[in-house]
Design a protein around this ligand. Structure first.
Ligand SMILES: N[C@@H](CCOP(=O)(O)O)C(=O)O
Length: 435
């Protein structure tokens, strides 16, 4: 497998290089040179395969032998050991539940696959790998659990102080061992900027072997394609062929993976990106002006991203042809008030308790249905996190009905450990230098 940079299409690196570098020196993002087409026979019979089998087929096509088949199969079976069910909510509305992994968010797909890929390529006698990750809520917890105890790795998680939920914070700060948490007195964008600055710092790079566990890393994106294929398979079993995917979007990694799956031959009628008021992409699709803004805190905190990292990948997948992209991608934005309304209606009309991100996706599906000329499709909205991660947002009656998984009950017994830091790069550099 060869990868180029979105800033330099002549660059060509192999898969392990892209995984460990995370980001090319020119500050673009890695993309596969060859986007494989899955054969029609596979797509036609996809409903006969299990999630791990689909994942293996998709990963083999993308990785093109970068990992021998038996090893890749073992990695996938170990990483993707939980389900991603498509649950029917109404006649043509389905929810794709992606929160059945250990950290209760869709990030488990990417983080678990990535940690195993890195573990596979790392040699025992090599320099320690320093994994840096910025999180607005869910990524950090998944990465922490994915890398916990992985030999020769040390994870540093940066999160915006006071802007993640209590459970998310416990998931970040109670792991110990090789996992360190920093609460940054700023926004997620400040955290993301600090991490990116560290990758560009020659002194740090001379001393530490740095890599990123954010979705800028291609090994985070690849496993996120698996569940789009698997959702299509589940719908096909029910006789549905015309599928619209609605994706709660912040850093746009999730929907970038969906669009990559589409480019590999997954039949999709439409993608819809659903955002909160951090609406850089909906504004761009409306006005043609790509203007990032500092992120604003909302109930859907994992989507509080003002400068979505993966947008360049999406533009690149469509050769920067905005008109072509607008055909397949629509976008809607929602306020906190609208998010709450969505959560209420999902509960009162369907007895479904959804996290704020999921509720935003459901709202976007309803809007898209109103706007669509052809309304004959199965609408699948992605549920990216378990509702129990955001208890404070729910009205008491709904809150009381949220099932609390065992791993969350255990978190409360653990001790929080973190370092508070300002947004100056020098502070972060000093911290890393003290390792
Ligand atoms: N939504 C994220 C923000 C980080 O984005 P990622 O695409 O790098 O995972 C979070 O929950 O932290």
């Amino acid at each position: 497998m060869k990868l180029y940079s979105t800033n330099n299409h002549n660059l060509s690196v192999d898969f392990p290089t892209a995984v460990f570098n995370s980001m090319p020196a020119d500050k673009g993002l890695y993309m596969p040179v060859h986007i494989p087409q899955l054969d029609q026979e596979f797509i036609d019979t996809i409903d006969q395969f299990t999630l791990p089998q689909i994942a293996f087929k998709v990963a083999s096509a993308l990785l093109q032998g970068a990992i021998p088949a038996d090893d890749l199969k073992r990695i996938i079976d170990d990483a993707i050991n939980f389900d991603a069910p498509v649950v029917k909510l109404a006649e043509d509305d389905y929810v794709l539940e992606l929160f059945h992994g250990p950290s209760l968010a869709f990030k488990d797909f990417g983080a678990r696959f990535m940690s195993r890929i890195m573990g596979y390529f790392l040699k025992d006698n090599e320099q320690m790998l320093d994994v840096l990750v910025a999180t607005s809520g869910d990524t950090g917890g998944a990465v922490a659990l994915g890398f916990l105890g992985v030999p020769n790795t040390r994870v540093t998680i940066l999160y915006p102080k006071g802007k993640v939920s209590d459970i998310q914070e416990l998931q970040l700060c109670t792991n110990g061992q090789n996992i360190h948490a920093i609460e940054v007195e700023g926004t997620f964008d400040d955290c993301q900027a600090l991490v990116k600055q560290a990758f560009a710092d020659d002194e740090l790079n001379a001393k530490l072997r740095l890599t990123s566990a954010n979705s800028i890393n291609i090994s985070r994106l690849i496993p996120q394609t698996f569940y789009y294929f698997n959702a299509y398979a589940q719908l096909k079993k029910q006789g549905k062929r015309e599928v619209v995917f609605v994706v709660p979007s912040g850093n746009f990694g999730n929907i970038a993976a969906g669009l990559l799956a589409y480019k590999m031959g997954l039949p999709v009628k439409q993608f819809v990106a659903a955002t909160n008021v951090n609406d850089t992409v909906p504004r761009f699709l409306e006005t043609g002006v790509y203007e990032t803004r500092p992120s604003v805190q909302t109930y859907a905190n994992a989507m509080d991203v003002g400068a979505p990292s993966n947008w360049v990948r999406i533009m690149d997948l469509f050769q920067n042809d905005k008109a072509a992209l607008q055909q397949i991608l629509k976008s809607y934005r929602f306020t906190d008030q609208e998010t709450l309304e969505g959560m209420q209606v999902l509960y009162s009309d369907f007895n479904y308790i959804a996290c704020p991100h999921t509720a935003i996706a459901w709202k976007a599906l309803q809007e898209y249905r109103k706007d669509a000329a052809d309304k004959d499709f199965a609408g699948v909205f992605l549920s990216t996190a378990h509702a129990c991660k955001f208890p404070d947002i729910f009205p008491e009656e709904m809150k009381a009905k949220i099932e609390i998984p065992e791993q969350v009950k255990n978190l409360a017994k653990k001790q929080k450990q973190s370092t508070v830091m300002d947004t100056a790069f020098e502070s972060f550099k000093e911290y890393l230098n003290s390792y």
